[in-house]
Ligand binder design. Structure first.
Ligand SMILES: [Zn+2]
Length: 88
């Protein structure tokens, strides 16, 4: 016999971890529904890439000049639907 049986009793049982993960995911999805965007990292949400000289800038290609990108959770949520669509 080995003392392995005692080692299986962990402070966080698998069930608790699963419930916590579910609660966290639900909260994250709700947050992604309510706040679907985050600031684009490359342009820091400004939508512009600044030239090192003068005040020149160009549209950020990563976010198409909007300065915002969909969060990963929201992208899952509305797979295929583009919230940044140009309205016509
Ligand atoms: Zn950008």
């Amino acid at each position: 016999m080995t003392p392995l049986a005692a080692a299986t009793a962990t402070p966080f049982p698998t069930g608790t971890v699963l419930v916590l993960a579910l609660v966290w995911s639900a909260g994250y999805l709700i947050a992604c529904w309510w706040w679907p965007y985050r600031a684009h990292g490359r342009c820091r949400g400004s939508g512009k890439l600044r030239s090192p000289f003068g005040g020149a800038f160009r549209s950020c290609p990563g976010c198409r000049g909007t300065g915002r990108v969909l969060r990963a959770g929201r992208r899952l949520w509305s797979a295929g639907r583009d919230l940044t669509t140009r309205r016509r």
